[in-house]
Design a protein around this ligand. Structure first.
Ligand SMILES: C[S@@+](CC[C@H](N)C(=O)[O-])C[C@H]1O[C@@H](n2cnc3c(N)ncnc32)[C@H](O)[C@@H]1O
Length: 311
């Protein structure tokens, strides 16, 4: 029987190269998904792995997959933005490495939830069914301006205003309930040539808004820096420029030393360099990986090492 695949992990060797610094550490996989990256950490070290995922299906799948590692693996059905508090609750104060492999898993894209424009489904898009906000709520209740902002800011779609106008026009006649209806609305605005790009951008924008993905990323990075041990690493794989920009800015601001104005002769801010950036340019998958796993196409990996500890 073929092994059930939840998600093919991206850039496995590259992730391991940057993340693993100690054989006996504690590594946190903030987005355990199908457990592919975690399994590699467990196989290549004697370390402990603590996984997070907001999707209970992912937690169930990864727990089953990794159960043979016994007490070396612990999986929490929690948001990675709560990493610091959640680890404190279980008595973990310091970790060796932190991995984020952002976005949705292939399983989530292919199994309902309204993440994909390729299937007709309910317009939900919540990775955590405990959230109240859904894509359907946004589309039927937010103002035209708010919808346009979401599509423009989070989807980076230039025709956001026209699409929002069409959404509001449609909902005056009928509530928008399915991804199929949303696709039809977008098709009224998008040209045939760019249709797939526009659909992908609008769906991305809504998904980011529903799941507060950019806020979660910022919160997680800002808090995890406190609990990474000196010499430990932070590794993030992002799949679009909005995420990548946040990761890049986070590493840069923690790499900077003094931020006093240039006319000050002696440093007064006391800012120290906390992170050493290990990837001056983002690492991208090989052509070979992209051809065998098209989802890897837009992946960008950035990594940094903590070099300073406040005592
Ligand atoms: C791309 S998949 C990770 C795949 C994983 N690296 C593997 O090897 O299978 C992203 C996962 O992150 C989860 N996720 C997204 N946002 C999250 C958040 N804020 N907190 C915890 N998990 C999150 C999703 O539910 C999904 O399962």
């Amino acid at each position: 029987m073929m092994e059930k695949v939840f998600h093919i992990p991206v850039m496995v060797d590259e992730v391991m190269k940057f993340l693993i610094t100690r054989d006996d550490g504690i590594y946190v996989d903030g987005t355990i998904g199908g457990g592919g990256h975690s399994e590699e950490i467990l196989k290549r070290t004697n370390a402990k792995v603590i996984g997070f995922d907001i999707d209970p299906e992912a937690v169930k799948f990864a727990s089953e997959r990794l159960k043979s590692f016994g007490e070396r693996i612990l999986i929490l059905n929690k948001n990675y933005a709560s990493v610091k508090e959640s680890l404190k609750e279980i008595g973990v104060e310091k970790i060796t490495g932190f991995l984020l492999d952002l976005g949705v898993s292939s399983f989530q894209l292919d199994h309902g939830g309204g993440f994909s424009f390729r299937f007709d489904d309910k317009l939900d898009m919540r990775m955590d069914r405990g959230y109240e906000l859904t894509a359907e709520y946004i589309l039927n209740n937010y103002s035209e301006r708010e919808i346009s902002d979401i599509i423009f800011r989070f989807g980076e779609e230039p025709r956001a205003r026209a699409i929002a106008r069409e959404i509001v026009r449609y909902r005056q006649r009928k509530r928008i309930e399915t991804t199929g209806e949303l696709v039809k609305i977008i098709d009224k605005v998008a040209s045939k040539k760019y249709r797939l790009k526009v659909l992908a951008r609008v769906f991305q924008g809504l998904r980011i808004a529903v799941n507060k993905e950019l806020d979660n990323l910022k919160i997680a990075l800002d808090s995890v820096i406190d609990i990474i041990e000196r010499g430990g690493r932070i590794v993030v794989i992002s799949y679009h420029s909005l995420e990548d920009r946040i990761v890049k800015a986070f590493f840069k601001s923690n790499e900077r030393r003094c931020i006093c104005p240039p006319d000050v002769s002696e440093c007064r801010c006391g800012k120290v360099q906390v992170i050493k950036i290990l990837t001056k340019k983002p690492v991208v998958p090989s052509e070979r990986e992209i051809s065998s796993n098209p989802r890897a196409r837009s992946a960008k990996l950035r990594a940094g090492e903590k070099i300073f500890e406040f005592s």
